[in-house]
Design a protein around this ligand. Structure first.
Ligand SMILES: [Mn+2]
Length: 494
């Protein structure tokens, strides 16, 4: 495994990025965190499912954010697969394998003394007069119709009130007032189960929101069951990738732990039996732009985190993402790839060569599986692999199967397979009536009478593999192997 030990926090990650031309852009131009910042980055590097025109571009740091002194805002750190590969020290097409390996060799986090925790260099306590999180954390409002400023890439970290087992996940966090943040849980998330247990006992759940950390933590946090079952602390994925435990520190105001080198930490409590309307201040009915490319509906009833303190590093960097950007594709998609690789490899070793959780599905809705049929009895197993993929990641909607001579990361090549190795009536497999991810707007009884409930979908397999017996008739034109580099060296320079 090609690890990258010099990265251990956000700043060391940025140092690595600075060594590669064109990957990190700074601007001193003053920017409004309300709608402007995201509106700018949309044109510079968002990609993903963002409305066109957009592009894959550099990560960007805004040095001058209106209303905030000595805070930079970073956006798009992981909004290209190449950058993720740089951050994790692996080739872009090997990232699923790298994460898979990391999940199977977890290294648990450790707790360090508060004196060594840089995240507590500057401390604001909520019981001090004038405390207002909105003056400390420059959380962007991503579009003008959003419910409010959102913390979009905060690592929410809490422990099971019964067992003490911890979990880290990224959730939609809307700043609602001087010391209140709402949190939206997609049903079934582990942290929500912790919250429900605390609520049943009539108690608040201590929690931290950790912003601006080692990108290995951000990607590891996006693993979901069954790959990381209930009780699996996803911080141990990052520990494994770095061959070094993630360092935690005890909070100053709540019984919880924070990531010791985070740029910002919000310490707080999830309150029992308190709910707010997510758009209580904007009344737009909208929350924020989400990974399917639409602005998610505001939730009528979401739990609240009562903030007890905000701590940060000196001259902190607030990291943010655009929900539908390529950043989400990588954050959600690479763990999805790892989960599918793991499950199919266990069931039928050696046949699934690679997986790409495609950008157009935000990393969740579509996966391209590169499958090799080696013997006659492998015919049909490619469809079994697709079924396993749906089991490995329940929110997956579409699977495209391609052969070993098709590059799953090259959409033109995948669509070529769809055009020449696929017949709609016999190569399409419908699996209707399965629950998927709630943010896909087409999964609604209004869209089709066949859909029984919101969030239920027809999963589809597009089998673009050549029938085993016909393989001879589907040979791609055979070009002579040559030394092209000799003719155009600059094109091949790394
Ligand atoms: Mn979990």
């Amino acid at each position: 495994m090609n690890d990258n030990p010099q990265v251990f926090d956000l700043r060391s990650a940025l140092e690595v990025l600075k060594t590669v031309p064109g990957e990190l852009l700074y601007t001193d131009e003053p920017v409004d965190p309300h709608a402007e910042l995201s509106g700018v980055y949309r044109y510079i590097g968002a990609g993903g499912t963002v409305k066109r025109p957009t592009r894959i571009g550099p990560a960007m740091i805004f040095n001058n954010v209106n209303g905030y002194k000595n805070v930079q805002v970073l956006i798009g750190l992981l909004a290209s697969r190449k950058r993720v590969a740089l951050m994790l020290g692996a080739e872009p097409e090997c990232l699923g394998f790298l994460l898979n390996e990391a999940v199977s060799t977890p290294i648990a986090p450790v707790t360090i003394p508060q004196e060594r925790a840089v995240c507590q260099e500057v401390v604001y306590r909520a019981n001090e007069p004038g405390f207002d999180i909105r003056n400390i954390v420059p959380a962007p409002t991503n579009t003008e119709e959003d419910a409010g400023p959102y913390i979009t890439i905060g690592m929410a970290y809490a422990s099971d009130p019964e067992t003490g087992e911890a979990d880290v996940t990224i959730h939609r966090l809307c700043v609602q007032g001087p010391d209140e943040i709402s949190i939206y849980f997609v049903p079934g998330r582990h942290l929500d189960t912790f919250r429900q247990k605390a609520e049943a006992a009539g108690k608040p759940l201590p929690i931290t929101i950790n912003i601006g950390v080692d990108p290995a933590i951000e990607i590891g946090a996006c693993f979901e069951p069954p790959t990381t079952p209930f009780g699996f602390n996803e911080l141990s994925v990052a520990g494994s990738i770095r061959k070094q435990s993630v360092e935690l520190v005890d909070c100053l105001t709540v019984k919880a732990k924070a990531i010791a080198n985070a740029e910002f930490v919000i310490e707080g409590e999830l309150l029992p039996n308190v709910r707010v309307r997510e758009d209580q201040h904007s009344n737009t009915g909208k929350a924020m732009p989400e990974f399917p490319g639409y602005t998610g509906p505001a939730n009528p009833s979401v739990p609240i985190i009562k903030v007890k303190a905000v701590t940060h590093r000196c001259n902190p960097i607030l990291q943010t993402v655009i929900g539908p950007s390529e950043e989400h594709v990588n954050l959600a998609g690479i763990p999805t790839e790892a989960s599918i690789l793991q499950m199919v490899e266990r069931a039928m070793p050696g046949r699934l060569l690679n997986v790409y959780a495609h950008s157009s599905g935000g990393g969740k809705y579509m996966a391209v599986l590169q499958f090799k049929k080696s013997i006659p009895s492998d015919e049909g197993r490619q469809r079994q692999a697709a079924l396993l993929a749906f089991s490995a990641f329940s929110e997956l909607k579409h699977v495209i199967l391609v052969d070993e001579d098709v590059d799953p990361f090259d959409s033109n090549d995948v669509l070529w397979a769809l055009n020449t190795r696929y017949q709609g009536d016999v190569s399409t497999i419908f699996i209707p009536g399965v629950r998927c991810h709630p943010l896909d707007p087409s999964q609604s009884p209004q869209f089709s009478a066949s859909i029984r409930d919101e969030g239920i979908s027809c999963k589809v397999i597009f089998d673009c593999t050549v029938p085993y017996k016909l393989k001879d008739r589907f040979q791609r034109a055979k070009f002579k192997e040559t030394d092209a580099k000799r003719f155009a060296p600059s094109l091949f320079a790394k």
